[in-house]
Design a protein around this ligand. Structure first.
Ligand SMILES: [Zn+2]
Length: 127
């Protein structure tokens, strides 16, 4: 499922959407919060410029909004339906999930967003 060349691979690992040979981020670990959005400028394998146009990643905010809504709904269903918590506790769990998952959602939304515009090219980065 995560083999090279699939969009899912690039989306989940944050690798270059074109050649998938390296991470787009200067620090791979999203839990290093000060560097969560720090990206390399170009891919050193295929030369793809990640910031396709100025403020390209503002569009990723809409993706992250959608993802956050999905996280909230999932957290609510899991706590309220499966664990039978009270409404108040369910909302607390939603807030906690959103905070804990925030760095992952942030990166995932960027990965999703750039993958909508850039496709995998098996010949990219080969010299
Ligand atoms: Zn590349």
């Amino acid at each position: 499922m995560l083999k090279k060349g699939s969009k899912l691979n690039s989306i989940l690992t944050g690798s270059c959407p074109k050649c998938q040979n390296e991470s787009m981020y200067s620090d791979k670990n999203p839990l290093h919060l000060t560097k969560v959005l720090k990206m390399n400028e170009n891919c050193s394998h295929c030369g793809l410029k990640y910031q396709i146009e100025p403020s390209f990643f503002y569009g990723a905010m809409y993706v992250s909004y959608g993802l956050n809504v999905a996280v909230g709904i999932a957290a609510f269903i899991i706590s309220f339906v499966f664990f039978k918590t009270t409404i108040e506790k369910s909302f607390l769990i939603i807030v906690i999930s959103l905070i804990v998952l925030f760095p992952f959602v942030l990166r995932l939304s960027r990965n999703l967003y750039i993958n909508m515009f850039v496709s995998y090219d098996p010949t990219a980065g080969q010299k």
